[in-house]
Write a protein that binds this ligand. Sequence first.
Ligand code: UD1
Ligand code: CA
Length: 455
Amino acid sequence: MTQPLHIVILAAGKGTRMYSKMPKVLHEIGGEPMVARVIDTAKSLNPQSICVVIGHGKEQVLDKVKRDVVWVEQTEQLGTGHAVKMALPHLPKEGRTLVLYGDVPLTDTATLEALLEAAGDEVGLLTDVLDNPTGYGRIIRESEKVVAIVEEKDADAAQKAVKETNTGILVLPNAKLEGWLGSLSSNNAQGEYYLTDLIALANSDGIAVHPVQVRASHLAAGVNNKVQLAELERIFQTEQAQELLRAGVTLRDPARFDLRGRLKHGQDVVIDVNVVIEGDVELGDDVEIGANCMIKNAKIGAGTKIAPFTTLEDCEIGASAAIGPYARLRPGAKLADEVHIGNFVEVKNTSMGRGSKANHLTYLGDAEIGRKTNIGAGTITANYDGVNKYKTVIGDEVRIGSDTVLVAPVTVGNRVTTGAGSTITKNCADGELVLARARQTVIQGWVRPEKENKN
Ligand code: UD1
Ligand code: CA
């Protein structure tokens, strides 16, 4: 039986080199704050508890990361050993504690499971081997046995030549934790309490240290600046794109596709270049997404085509619909099957029934539109008087003429036809032809002024 697991995530640092008002761990990978990703990975191990040590920008972290964990404050950043010490009151004397980092976002469950497995009841240490180990703690071995970690700034020339490095991730027996942390000193080059000194302490206590090397460096890579953030983002996006390709999605160019959330998809989905998907998106069979679309929290039915430069947010589209190019569906747009939305059409909090169309230059807000209705070019639902929003109801098989303004609240019955250029302010009964525009008049005998000697 393995012992109960506790996890401590260090996230108190400022991240000076990010040059940001936001604490480092809130910077995002795949649209999710790094520390939120680390918490979710930690949860995948089913630990008994998770403590997150925060300091710099703690209000911002608490505000943004809504996760059920124990938040622990470290008011002064006196080193990684000191940070873990802040979590001690929340750790029982039995079991073991895994230490993770809020700025190491891509560690996966498999890596951590392998580390826990290797550690058993003793100490486990995740290591890497780097061509250029500058800046990292070096793993010091004596005839294979790991006996210590020496930080770059405290290392002599021989130690600096070691390419085996400390990723920082380690697992420790709780029974020893309080004693070891209590005996740390800050008598070193940085004047900090180093968590890494626990390796030498374990060694002198006769507790074995089990090193596990990561499969790939990015799994334990930390983010200190925007260059590293961008590098890890690319790795993350590449992995997601490969997974979608393997699952049968056609990505015209996997290097020009970004998923910042979760994508559910049917068969034969085709996504062209420069598409950004955010939140929760669901694409039915045979959906095609054109180039340069932004899609956030949307559900799109089978066979629907989204043409280039379309923006979709918090909306639902049925099957066999055609949207765009240059369309904008805003929150609450709910389009049934076979609806067509064309260029420069904005739809907000509006439902459209099966087969209805708005093909050009139109604003539909707070409207309820029936089946097989055609909305002419340049139609506007005037839904807002500057204070309140009102509803427009349009029936089935209606033909709204071009350049119609529908002044809400207003109801247009089934099979109504409105003349082009009408301003509709009163309800229209079923089947009516409604005209509400100035009549064209001709001034008889009018002579157009002309310049003299005009050639
Ligand atoms: C640490 C390791 C080093 C390892 C490297 C890997 C120590 C002493 N050294 O060095 O061996 O190779 O990580 O990246 O552990 N933090 C706090 N409170 C503190 C200090 C740090 O929360 O008081 C957090 C930081 O926000 C950061 C993490 O712990 O996320 C690592 O701290 P940092 O000071 O960057 O350690 P390194 O010098 O990189
Ligand atoms: Ca670091």
